[in-house]
Design a binder for this molecule. Structure first.
Ligand SMILES: [Zn+2]
Length: 320
């Protein structure tokens, strides 16, 4: 093991990582309202991020966090394996993994939905930071986007990836409610940027949507403890926002998590208007659908412009 790096310097270094010890988290699921327990366990190089449904058990309970298993769901990020076993609301976990530079982990979970915690990535970040990450004796592979990829959904929602030598995410949102209004954010991904700029930004909704969702059997666990709720120009949470432009920062966090469904860190500029999980899942699937859109490069060989390396085992298996 090459566990020689200072804390918080795992995004820009060349080796794959995993957690040093098990990380335990528990809480209610946003949509199910059920109490959920979860354990993030260390995993070897090239494992990627795998979920294991402990309430199902056996191989059929394993769901790989990769775009080829992702469904274009509107209100959360959902993955489903070939046996039809699903796992929902994984986006804040995935964002935290991408944010801190965690490449490999097996997540044992006893329900079909990850706990929503406080609606942000902060509790996950804190728990992972507590145990720390270690570098594994295997080089990272990056996906380098080599030409523009763009997708659209209804209502002016579009997303685009352009070539860039580092990951940046530019998001614009626009809501009728004046408490949110128009917001834009430009995020450059580097060591420490996730913790400093995105991690504590909470998910949000409009009060009128809460009733609609709950009538549809969604957001049953939703409350002011795990979301910012706005109504008619007002923020209903005591204490208001945690940080300026918290709404659009959270959307950047969601995009970062959904991008990590590529199965490895990516170098690209992502531009999004009216972001959502269905849109970013569609973008990632469009990117991967054509192998001339990208090349996979081993860390240390990013800028020599020469050959593409083989896909890591996991991603190759997932895309077969
Ligand atoms: Zn979110």
């Amino acid at each position: 093991m090459l566990n020689t790096l200072p804390k918080d310097l795992f995004v820009e270094q060349p080796f794959q990582t995993t957690v040093c010890e098990n990380v335990f988290l528990e809480g209610i699921g946003l949509h199910s309202g059920r109490f959920v327990r979860m354990l993030i366990r260390p995993a070897p190089a090239n494992c990627g991020i795998k979920f294991r449904r402990m309430d199902i058990g056996g191989q059929s309970g394993t769901v790989i966090a990769h775009a080829s298993y992702a469904e274009q769901a509107r209100l959360c990020t959902r993955i489903v394996n070939r046996e039809g076993i699903t796992l929902e609301t994984i986006e804040h976990l995935m964002a935290t993994f991408a944010g801190v530079g965690l490449d490999n982990a097996v997540i044992e979970i006893d329900a079909s939905e990850a706990p929503i915690l406080d609606g942000s990535s902060q509790p996950i970040l804190d728990a992972i930071t507590d145990v720390g990450l270690e570098a594994l004796p295997a080089k990272r592979k990056f996906m380098v986007v080599t030409k523009p990829v763009e997708v659209q959904l209804e209502l002016g929602a579009w997303a685009r990836l352009d070539p860039s030598d580092h990951l940046q995410i530019n998001v614009k949102i626009e809501f009728d409610d004046h408490a949110i209004g128009k917001q834009a954010y430009s995020y450059k991904h580097k060591d420490g940027s996730f913790a400093a700029e995105l991690a504590n930004a909470r998910t949000f909704c409009q009060l009128r949507d809460v009733e609609l969702m709950q009538n549809a059997g969604l957001a049953l666990g939703g409350s002011l403890n795990n979301a910012i709720v706005v109504d008619d120009g007002k923020i209903l949470n005591e204490g208001g926002l945690r940080v300026e432009r918290e709404f659009v920062r959270h959307k950047v966090l969601d995009c970062l998590g959904d991008l990590f469904l590529i199965g490895m860190p990516v170098k690209a500029k992502m531009t999004v208007e009216r972001p959502g999980h269905a849109l970013s899942t569609k973008l990632v699937q469009a990117l991967l659908s054509d192998t001339t859109n990208y090349k996979v490069v081993e860390a240390g060989n990013e800028y020599d412009g020469s050959g593409s390396f083989a896909m890591p085992e996991l991603a190759a298996a997932a895309m077969a």
